[in-house]
Structures are given as C-alpha cells and as structure tokens.
Design a protein around this ligand. Structure first.
Ligand SMILES: *Cc1c(COP(=O)(O)O)cnc(C)c1O
Length: 382
C-alpha cells in the first residue's frame, strides 16, 4: 500500500469531512437571497470568534492580502510604523510597509523569543510619530506567541494602532478583540479555521476606522471602507469565494457546537503534549514563549532538520515543516492548530521518534515521546 498521508503543517491544515462536504454543494449565486442569508450567518459567527461588535470583513485572498489591507487602509505615505520582526511573518510587515513607502522602524527580536511590551513602549516614546505597531499573535516561523494583549494596552495610551496578524492564532486561542483593545485583527482560512486557503478576514476598531478617513495610501481591491459598506448589506464588492464561504458556515456551526473554551483547551492540551514528548526524548524546544498552535523543536545531535523532514515524508508519509532563514536546517515544526486531536500528536511524535532513530540519534527507547504525550493527554482527560 502506498504511504498514508498525514498533513501536520501550520498551514494549510487538514479540512474536516463535514466541511469538505459543505463545500461540495452547488454554488449559489452571490447576488441571490440564499447567499445573503448564508453571509449574514457567517458574519455573525466571525464576530463571535473575534469577540467584537465591529464588522469582520471577508476577502478572497490569502492572509497576506489582509496584512496589506491592514496597512493601506489606515496609513498615509511616509507614515512611521513599528514592526515586530522576530521571524518570517514579522519581517513581512516591514516588506509590505516599505513597498508602500512607509517609514518602517523594525524592532528586531531574536528568533525564538517574544517581544517585550516594555521595548514597544520605549520605541513609541522615542518616536511619537509611529502610527501603528504591527505584530503577530503567533509567529508561525518560530512558534512564538507575542504578548498582543500587553502591546494593545501600550498602544491604547498613544495615538498608534495595534495591528495584529492572527493568521495562525485566531481560532486556536482567545483573542477577544474589543476586550483587549486590538485595533486591527486579521486572519486567514487555512490555519485554525480548518478551511482550504483562499479566504482572509479582518476587523478594525473605532479608533482605526476614524484613522481610515484620512488615510492616503493607494488601494483598490482591498478598500475596506467600500467593502464594509457592501458587507453590511450581506454582499461583497466583488465575487466572493462562494464555496469557501459555504465551508466557513459549516466550520462556524461546528465551532459553536464544540464551544470556544473547549476548542482553546484542546489546543492547549495538544501543545503541552507535543512539548512534553519532545523534552522526553531529549529534544530542546525552540520557542521561549511557545504558542498553542505549533511546537518548534531544535533538531538534536546536529541532524539537519530538512533531512529529517524529508525522511518523515518519504518513509512515514508525515508532512511536517522545517525551519526558514535563520532556523533553516535547525528546527522542525509540529502543527496542532485547527482540525487536530490527541492521536494526531501521537502520529507526529511516533514518526519523529522513528525518523530520529533512522538518522542515528541515540535516544530513549522508542515510544518514550509517545508515552509522555499520552500521559499529558490522559491527565487532561481526568
Ligand atoms: C500563514 C500565515 C500568514 C499568511 O500567509 P499566506 O500565505 O498569505 O496565507 C500570515 N501570517 C502568519 C503568522 C501566518 O502563519
């Protein structure tokens, strides 16, 4: 039999069967009442996950499109922004900002570490012209959770907006936008929201919408003000990704059945199990402030993590990802965001133990990591 395929990556993530089936429905026309009813339902569900009274806008694009929109709708040419760069996605804020002629100030953070809210506070004090602080709730390249709640508390005392990329965080952990005072919160469909790639979502606070009125950067497709006007009528300015919206409605129904606290508790449990497993087999964790969405692990004994990842794929059918840039060849990443449960972690850990043995890593007896993971999960189950 050919290898069974296990997709254990931090995006795209596996799609549940009931969601795949919902997306196979015939396509309603997007200017018909049936679509409007569907879109109204989806808009309510998104507000619920976001913890906001604001409109959550839906776009047909990947997460990066919403990142671009989060800058072009609220800023003017030459505006200063502060970007938290401790990984690939933090770096992307700077790239988008520079492409639009913004004065990008980067707060560099060592890969694997989280930014200090005090450093953000100091940067804003030093340069009061900074109009926005751009950060990741979950920096997927390092597996770090940045303290967005604390950062939002810092920006709230200033004129700057707190702009949060939660592409690999929203739906895995609580990010109550209104309660925490996040000004722009964006995410994508293909991570914790259990959908294929192709949708992005974004909401903005009153403070941000006021700023939007004078924002001079060019924009067309990602004009959030036009889009908000349309979406309030349960319409979209352009053709929406209708099949994905059908899938999203099913995701939101299922999430309501599961309840948010239970979903967040599951992510926390899987993260703790994965970390315990890796530590039990003598692998050091890479992230100093690990996020619940994925576990990043230093490849032990000088084993090239890219080679390890290749073995996992070709010999065991397990698709994991290695590291990028500064972490290339050094780390591997175990995803557990979205449609993941306890036994997915068992699969990942078992395959990693076997692959490490294949690469000559002298470790605890096979199954040590699996046992440690199972212990965490059994204890959590009570
Ligand atoms: C996946 C991801 C994105 C978006 O990437 P796309 O490929 O554009 O969907 C942005 N930020 C983070 C933190 C991500 O994990």
């Amino acid at each position: 039999m050919p290898l069974k395929h296990y997709l254990l990556t931090p995006g795209p993530t596996p799609v549940p069967e009931r969601v795949a089936l919902a997306m196979a429905q015939p396509i309603p026309h997007h200017r018909a009442p049936a679509f409007e009813a569907l879109f109204a339902e989806v808009r309510e569900g998104l507000k619920w996950i976001y913890g906001t009274q604001q409109d959550v806008l839906t776009f047909a694009c990947s997460g990066t499109g919403a990142m671009e929109g989060a800058l072009v709708n609220f800023l003017s040419p030459g505006d200063a922004i502060l970007t938290i760069n401790g990984g690939k996605f933090g770096e992307r804020w700077g790239k988008i900002g520079r492409a639009y002629g913004l004065a990008v100030e980067e707060l560099k953070v060592e890969w694997g570490s989280a930014v200090e809210p005090r450093a953000v506070e100091a940067a804003l004090r030093e340069n009061p012209k900074i109009q926005a602080v751009c950060v990741q709730a979950s920096e997927s390249s390092t597996g770090v959770a940045h303290p967005v709640r604390e950062i939002a508390a810092v920006t709230a005392k200033t004129g700057a907006l707190c702009v949060v990329d939660a592409v690999s965080a929203l739906g895995a952990m609580a990010l109550p936008m209104d309660e925490w005072g996040i000004d722009v919160l964006l995410t994508g469909s293909q991570k914790a929201l259990m959908l294929p790639p192709g949708l992005a979502f974004a909401a903005a606070s009153e403070k941000a919408w006021r700023r939007a009125e004078g924002a001079g950067l060019p924009r067309f497709y990602f004009d959030w003000r036009r889009e908000r006007e349309m979406q309030r009528k349960n319409q979209t300015a352009f053709t929406p990704a209708i099949s994905l919206v059908l899938g999203l409605a099913e995701v939101l129904r299922w999430m309501r059945e599961m309840t948010l606290p239970a979903i967040y508790a599951r992510h926390d449990r899987l993260a703790r199990a994965a970390r315990a497993a890796m530590e039990a087999i003598g692998c050091a964790l890479f992230a100093k402030a690990p996020v619940v969405s994925l576990t990043t692990v230093l490849s032990p004994g000088g084993i090239d993590s890219d080679k390890l990842v290749k073995t996992l794929k070709t010999k065991y059918g397990v698709t994991l990802v290695g590291g990028q840039d500064a972490a290339k060849g050094k780390i591997f990443r175990i995803a557990h965001l979205g449609y993941f449960d306890d036994l997915d972690i068992v699969v990942a850990v078992a395959a990693i133990e076997r692959a490490l043995a294949d690469h000559g890593w002298k470790q605890e007896p096979l199954g040590t990591g699996v046992g440690a993971a199972m212990k965490v999960m059994a204890e959590a189950a009570g």
